[in-house]
Design a protein around this ligand. Structure first.
Ligand code: ADP
Ligand code: ADP
Length: 226
C-alpha cells in the first residue's frame, strides 16, 4: 500500500532521514520506533506532503506522491493525526470532529454514520460532545484528534506518538482503540517511543537511530531482539 524507497529528507544540509526503505501492506499496523529526534516525525511529514524529500520515492497504492499537495494526499486516503493534536480548544468536541469530515465532501448521512462510529469507539466523546475540546483531559483530547482523522475515512492513518503525555492506564486503552480502528479496516503507521506497548499491537516495526533504520522486522523478531 505504502512504499518508501531510499528516501532522504533534509533540513538545510542535515539529513534528518537518511536513505530509508519502508513498506506498509494493506491491513497492517506498522510501527516506527526510536528516541526523540531519530527522524520519525520527519518521515510522517514527508508522507503527508508537508516536507519535500531530498531524494527517493514515496508511493501510495502504486502512485508516486512526489509533487502532490497535502490536500491531494488526504484525498488519496492518507490522514495524519499530529503529535500535538492541533484541536480547536474553544470549539465543541462535536465541531472538532465535524471539521475532519469536510476534508472530503461527504454527504450528510455519511457524516452522521461516521460520527456515530467515532462515538462507538470513544463513548466518552459522545458524553462530552457539547463540551469545549480544550476542557477535556489529555487522553480525551487525543481521542478527539484520532476521531477527527477518522472522520475523513482514511485508508492509511498516520499516528505520531499517540501515547505521549498520557497516564499508563490510558495508554493501554489508547492502543486497544488503535487496534480496533485497524480491525475495522484502516491501515496504520504509528510512531512511538513506547516500544513494548506499540509492538504489542503491531505486525512489523522499524527502529530509527539518527535518521536511519537500524533494525527492522516482524513484531516477533523485534521483541526477541530486545
Ligand atoms: P527545504 O528547503 O528542504 O524544504 P529547509 O531547510 O528550508 O527545508 O527547512 C524547512 C523549515 O525548517 C524552515 O522553516 C526552516 O526555517 C526550518 N529549519 C531549517 N533548518 C533548521 C534548523 N537547523 N533548526 C531549526 N529550524 C530549521
Ligand atoms: P522524531 O519524530 O523521531 O522525534 P524528528 O523527525 O522530529 O524526530 O527529528 C529528526 C531530526 O530532525 C532531529 O535532529 C531534529 O532536531 C531535526 N528537525 C526536525 N524538525 C526540524 C526543522 N523544522 N528544522 C530543522 N531540523 C529539524
Amino acid at each position: 500500500m505504502l512504499k518508501l524507497n531510499k528516501v532522504t529528507v533534509k533540513y538545510g544540509n542535515y539529513a534528518a532521514v537518511n536513505n530509508i526503505n519502508i513498506q506498509v501492506k494493506q491491513g497492517e499496523i506498522v510501527v516506527l520506533l526510536g528516541a526523540n529526534g531519530a527522524g520519525k516525525s520527519t518521515v510522517f511529514h514527508s508522507i503527508s506532503g508537508l516536507k519535500k524529500t531530498a531524494s527517493g520515492e514515496i508511493e501510495f497504492e502504486g502512485v508516486a506522491l512526489k509533487g502532490k499537495s497535502p490536500d491531494k494526499i488526504v484525498q488519496a486516503g492518507i490522514v495524519q493525526c499530529a503529535e500535538d493534536r492541533k484541536l480547536f480548544p474553544r470549539m465543541t468536541v462535536y465541531d472538532n470532529l465535524i471539521m475532519g469530515a469536510y476534508i472530503h465532501r461527504k454527504t450528510k448521512s455519511r457524516i452522521k454514520q461516521t460520527i456515530k462510529e467515532v462515538y462507538e469507539l470513544f463513548p466518552i466523546l459522545y458524553e462530552k460532545r457539547h463540551d469545549m475540546a480544550g476542557s477535556l483531559s489529555g487522553g480525551q483530547q487525543q481521542m478527539v484528534a484520532i476521531g477527527r482523522a477518522l472522520m475523513a475515512k482514511p485508508k492509511l492513518m498516520l499516528l505520531d506518538e499517540p501515547s505521549i503525555g498520557l497516564a499508563p492506564l490510558i495508554v493501554e486503552q489508547m492502543f486497544d482503540s488503535i487496534q480496533q480502528i485497524n480491525q475495522e479496516g484502516t491501515t496504520i503507521l504509528l510512531a512511538e517511543q513506547n516500544a513494548n506497548a506499540a509492538l504489542n499491537i503491531a505486525d512489523k516495526g522499524y527502529v530509527f537511530e539518527n535518521g536511519g533504520v537500524v533494525v527492522e522486522g516482524s513484531k516477533e523478531e523485534l521483541l526477541s531482539n530486545e
